[in-house]
Design a protein around this ligand. Structure first.
Ligand code: IVH
Length: 676
């Protein structure tokens, strides 16, 4: 640590204190607000680089600075609504017609790039920044005041002659593309996972316990809306509002434009769509707003969105890239899934390097071959997809890809059963299956062993420390702390996490076994009724079927699984390892799941491999989601299994998110972070 830095930090603290006193105490500031902000930022950055020089009385450590792992709830003064979407020119025009029907005269429109970031509310009192809050559910958000304070585009104090008593401004926090790219380089160097897109990176950077980390992430903010205003000027139009916000020191997107007719508005949408990749930040559409505030008042709101604005969403994005190779991965059940290894390409807001090709027939249908230039498509939250090859760019001697005859991991033959869509590795000892089972066992939806992810499992298997998940329970800190990328501390945390999983509720243990067709809903029903693994094993088929939510298929699957000697041995090994195989008296085995899918509508189509459609529907409903039978614009997700037909086509046509089974499982586990 250079003495120089410590010295500089001391100077900065003294200067900040001094100017604070002039500003708040004497009401006679000696420096501009920008200069003051600059001092504060330099100090934050310096302290971030050298945590050892932080002093308890540093201005960066004032009460209110974010601490603890969660942020306090903030009720918005006025709800933060969302916007209705238009997915085509027709829908945009239909909105224009609705507007015209209500208004007495033709409105003028303002168009704004739809920033793909996080909505933010900033509160100012007597010109001072006092609070920053995320949108949350629109009514209640999170208090991120201290983190937001570090953002360059957020003035600490308002400027100009028209500073209101109270002001709530809304805008979008985002991360510039260049910042995102260098952040990911740094993440990789530090051995940390890359962020998938700038929006997640912005969200992750904002939700730091330590505001200094947020400061180091260089977030940006554009303002586009007023919330509560007390003592502000009399504004007639949105353009006047934006001009006033600029005067106060906020950043307003320079690409905001005004138009007199909706036809021109559509041209601007097309222009933005065409230039979206050269803006330096991610946008996912164009927001169109009625300019006149009086007309806005006439139009009013629906329960969820203003009638005076609409978001024109860009259609799914397509890019071309090189298909380097097609490889086959082996899942927990032995299913062999071909996937595309791609030259990395940024599409639909994420860098795509691999994409599933589902199965043999899909590869044949798309006729994609290693060496091809392929089209990669991704819309919103949807899993990226290779849609086909560019014929003119196909190398001359290329031949259709042939499904490998043998498992890439164990070398045993891959089998495609009569009438089935998928190949399977049927070798029960295949190491790939084995380690996928361990990953599943430890995953969040099962035993939830923190830190035991894919890489860690691979590392332990490679080091010969574990062969199956039950071996986790005989690991000791001494045995693992010498491994690369694991110090004494992480080793201890991991052992503690493994130990903690010994007393997981019975339903989690059942899920962790990976019995085909037994997801959390069936597992909870079984656990609630039988309260121990032994009683489940001893139950007859009829007794199992008598349980609400358990059908023949599940009952047979359960019995078949426990009858398999290696599975029975695995269960005994877990028992010896101290894993609880029964529910303690008084424990409720039917935890209500978090309503993570509330408000989302699903349509199920095609054949899923690990669950029937009824089971999938039960899992969605258990989390507060709805299942519908036909696809419309209101559909949140279409879950497409094998042989999905017209519903999938319809979803693609409407730009509705499509999930394959793996993505669906991920959504069930995490609840998904829905995009704006
Ligand atoms: S205006 C009453 N303007 O889009 C609605 N929103 O889908 C006020 N967004 O939550 C929002 N760019 O996070 C508005 N120029 C823009 C925007 C924008 C991005 C986001 C915002 C909002 C979401 C609604």
């Amino acid at each position: 640590m250079a003495r120089k830095d410590e010295q500089r930090a001391r100077e900065l603290r003294a200067q900040i204190e001094y100017h604070n006193e002039r500003y708040y105490g004497d009401d006679a500031p000696e420096v501009s607000d920008a200069e003051f902000d600059e001092l504060m930022r330099e100090l934050i950055t310096l302290e971030a680089d050298h945590p050892e020089i932080v002093t308890p009385d540093s201005p960066t450590q004032r009460p209110g600075a974010a601490s603890g792992s969660t942020f306090a709830a903030v009720e918005h003064l006025v709800p933060m609504l969302s916007l209705d979407n238009a997915f085509s020119r027709d829908e945009l025009e239909a909105w224009g017609q609705r507007v015209l029907r209500i208004l007495a005269s033709d409105p003028a429109y303002v168009t704004e790039p739809k920033m793909d970031g996080l909505a933010m509310s900033l509160l100012y009192e007597d010109g001072r920044y006092v609070r920053g809050a995320t949108r949350g559910d629109g009514r209640v958000g999170e208090n991120v005041t201290e983190n937001v304070r570090t953002i360059h585009d957020v003035p600490a104090r308002l400027r100009g002659k028209r500073v209101p008593r109270r002001l709530e401004v809304r805008g979008e926090v985002y991360m510039q593309m260049s910042v995102f790219e260098s952040l990911n380089v740094a993440q990789a160097e530090a051995g940390r996972p890359a962020y998938v897109n700038p929006r997640n990176a912005a969200a992750g950077s904002l939700r730091q316990k330590d505001a200094a980390i947020t400061a180091s992430r260089e977030l940006s903010l554009f303002c586009y809306q007023l919330g509560v205003v007390e003592g502000g000027p009399d504004l007639q139009t949105h353009r006047e509002t934006l001009a006033w916000l600029e005067e106060l020191g906020f950043k307003v997107n320079p690409l905001i434009k005004s138009f007199g007719a909706l036809g021109e508005v559509f041209d601007q949408c097309s222009w933005l769509q065409e230039h979206r990749h050269s803006l330096g930040y991610e946008i996912d559409g164009c927001v169109i707003k009625v300019d006149d505030l009086g007309q806005r008042a006439e139009l009013g709101f629906t329960s969820k969105a203003p009638r005076w604005a609409i978001a024109y969403k860009f259609p799914p994005e397509e890019r071309t890239t090189l298909l380097r190779d097609i490889q086959v991965s082996i899942g927990r059940t032995g299913r062999a899934t071909p996937f595309a290894m791609l030259e990395p390409v940024f599409v639909g807001g994420v860098t795509v390097t691999t994409a599933t090709l589902h199965n043999q027939d899909e590869v044949a249908r798309k006729d994609v071959r290693p060496g091809d230039t392929v089209i990669v498509r991704r819309a919103g939250d949807v899993i990226p997809e290779v849609t086909g090859a560019v014929p003119s760019k196909r190398p001359k001697k290329s031949k259709p890809w042939v499904f490998p005859s043998d498992c890439p991991v164990c070398g045993q033959p891959l089998v495609r059963a009569e009438g089935a869509a998928n190949h399977h590795c049927v070798n029960p000892d295949c190491p790939a299956k084995q380690w996928q089972k361990i990953i599943h066992f430890a995953s969040r939806g099962a035993m939830d062993i923190e830190g035991m992810g894919e890489e860690r499992v691979a590392q332990f298997v490679d080091a010969g420390l574990i062969v199956d998940a039950a071996d986790l329970y005989s690991l000791t800190t001494e045995r693992i702390e010498e491994l690369p990328r694991l110090g004494a501390r992480s080793a201890q945390l991991l052992i503690d996490a493994i130990h903690g999983s010994r007393t997981r509720p019975l339903w989690r243990v059942l899920v962790a076994f990976g019995v085909p067709h037994v997801g959390p809903t069936a597992a909870q029903a079984l656990a609630r009724t039988f309260r121990s693994i032994d009683r489940i094993v001893a139950a007859t088929d009829d007794e199992l079927v008598a349980v609400d939510g358990v059908g023949r298929i599940i009952a047979e699957s359960v019995h078949a699984w426990f009858a398999e000697p290696r599975n029975a041995a695995f269960v005994e090994k877990l028992r010896d390892g101290g894993v609880a195989l029964e529910s303690p008296a008084g424990v409720d085995d039917a935890p209500t799941l978090e309503p993570t899918l509330a408000g989302q509508t699903f349509v199920l189509t095609g054949t899923l491999e690990r669950r029937t459609r009824e089971e999938a529907a039960a899992e969605i409903e258990a989390r507060g989601g709805k299942v519908a039978s036909s696809v419309s614009k209101k559909t949140s997700y279409v879950v497409a299994g094998d042989k999905a037909g017209s519903k999938l086509a319809k979803a693609e046509e409407l730009g509705v998110n499509v999930l394959d089974e793996a993505a669906f499982e991920a959504l069930l586990e995490t609840g998904g972070g829905s995009s704006s």
